[in-house]
Ligand binder design. Structure first.
Ligand code: GLU
Length: 480
């Protein structure tokens, strides 16, 4: 059996978990799950100024919320410092790197003079080893630079195909700063070798780093992993997704009432597709279907409308029991029910959620929809009233419904509709002529779940009280 594949997600803890980063993590996770590989989490915290523990926590929380569990880590890149340095020094020993004694001022002056044309002029390449050692031993400050060989560096990108860079376009880049700290590419390659990463899947903003990294692998005598660069994520206007487009943090979407399983599914389709019409695919199905070959080259558009549509589909599928644990705190916070009622009215609440979940696009929609059932006030929608109560016989029809509900035994959901049908027949009209005005009387609107469930959830008392109020309005002529 061949060695298992090893992939990694390597966020820099300098902010929140961006949906783009989450998409990168998710693709890596899917590959690992699909191919029985290992998913490693590495926190790239070498930028001491900008890295924070709070950011690391937010990233880990976001991944956990999405269900992106890592098999190894989190490894802190900063802990690898001695190894990064040892790898760079080994390259110095082997001649693939050299000491550069040019001062900051000297380099800045050259940069100033050549502006865009500037590239390190390799001045220190020619310093003989003996002289270089002596100057270093004498304490002269220096950096280590990589000796870029002649030729071409190329790789077969999993997403973009054959990709090549002329080595002449790369300068002899620094690998160790004057203070002995590694630059980014050095740390990344040293870590990826140490972690035996077989596939580097990351955003395509990293493409310019890849030729440098490949050269470092070769210099260190390590096998070069496969690389795949994921397409950029754009906002609806075709520009790179940013805060200007709205929420970009995974945590923001949690706050907006998006379910993790919906965001997971949505992110999986950002730059990948199953090759057929399927869109709503749960984690299992995504693991089964995911393939590196189907990752698109083209940028993906973050369509918020689609995300909320998908969230609606997941809300519909979610068992009411699970939904209640998300919705109950919101209902309590909005003063719609008490903590105690969450337990005492559990069965009733579950029934209500069964009904509402088919119409919600966000967990946050549900309290507003639940208000009608939990409070006693009805807000009448003027259009619904004008349309459904315009017939002069409305009061009579509501009266027939009232009588039927008052007399109904046993009080069950199943018994309600036949009783209302019989009432409609009794006043010589079709069911709709009673059900629609009744719907408005009970909920204020002509759009609501099935009338039998609405009546049942309001309870006999509640339903009769609302019918009475509607009839009073009709009698007073204040209805329309
Ligand atoms: N730390 C880098 C970032 O957050 C990722 C580096 C990599 O994946 O190689 O963009």
């Amino acid at each position: 059996m061949s060695d298992p594949i090893r992939v990694r997600f390597a966020p820099s803890p300098t902010g929140y978990l961006h949906v783009g980063g989450a998409r990168t993590a998710l693709f890596n996770w899917l590959i690992a799950r699909k191919l029985g590989g290992v998913f490693v989490l590495r926190i790239e915290d070498t930028d001491r100024e900008r890295s924070t523990d709070a950011s690391t926590r937010t990233i880990l929380e976001g991944m956990t919320w999405l269900g992106l569990h890592w098999d190894e880590g989190p490894v802190r890149q900063a802990d690898g410092l001695p190894r990064h340095q040892a790898d760079a020094r080994r390259m110095l020993g082997e001649g693939t790197a050299y000491r550069c004694f040019c001062t900051q001022e000297e380099l800045a002056a050259k940069r100033e003079q050549l502006q865009h044309e500037y590239r390190y002029d390799q001045k220190c390449r020619a310093i003989p080893a003996g002289e270089s050692d002596a100057r270093a031993a004498a304490g002269e400050p220096h950096t280590l630079r990589f000796r870029v060989p002649e030729g071409v560096t190329q790789w077969d990108d999993i997403v973009h195909g054959e990709t090549r860079f002329e080595n002449a376009s790369l300068e002899d880049f620094i690998i160790l700063r004057t203070d002995g700290t590694p630059i980014y590419n050095m740390a990344v390659v040293s870590d990826d070798i140490d972690m035996r990463i077989t596939h580097v899947i990351r955003g395509d903003d990293h493409i310019p780093n890849t030729p440098k990294q490949i050269l470092l692998y070769q210099a260190l005598g390590a096998p070069v992993p496969a690389f795949g660069h994921l397409p950029m994520i754009l906002g609806g206007d075709g520009r790179k997704l940013s805060k200007r487009h709205g929420a970009t943090a995974v945590g923001d979407y949690a706050q907006l009432g998006v379910l993790p399983e919906a965001l997971f599914n949505f992110l999986a389709l950002l730059g990948w597709n199953p090759g057929d019409e399927r869109e709503v695919m749960d984690v299992e199905e995504l693991v089964q279907t995911f393939s590196l070959e189907r990752i698109n080259k083209k940028s993906a558009v973050f369509d918020t409308e689609k995300l909320f549509w998908m969230n609606g589909r997941y809300l519909e599928k979610k068992p009411a029991e699970e939904l209640l644990s998300l919705v109950a705190p919101l209902l309590v916070a909005q003063g719609l029910i008490t903590e105690a009622e969450v337990e005492t009215r559990r069965g009733w609440l579950l029934h209500l959620l069964e009904l509402l979940k088919t119409r919600a696009r966000s967990v946050k929609d549900i309290p507003a929809q639940a208000r009608i059932y939990l409070g006693d006030e009805v807000e009448y929608d003027a259009d619904s009233v004008a349309k459904q109560w315009k017939d002069p016989l409305t009061a009579e029809r509501l009266g027939a419904a009232r009588a039927a509900l008052e007399a109904l035994e046993p009080w069950t959901v199943e018994a309600i509709e036949p009783a209302l049908r019989a009432a409609a027949e009794g006043v010589g009209v079709g069911f709709g002529k009673v059900a629609q005005p009744l719907r408005v009387a009970l909920t204020g609107s002509s759009a609501s779940p099935g009338i039998d469930h609405v009546v049942f959830l309001l309870g006999r008392e509640g339903a009769l009280r609302r019918i009475d109020r509607a009839r009073e309005r009709l009698a007073a002529g204040t209805a329309a």
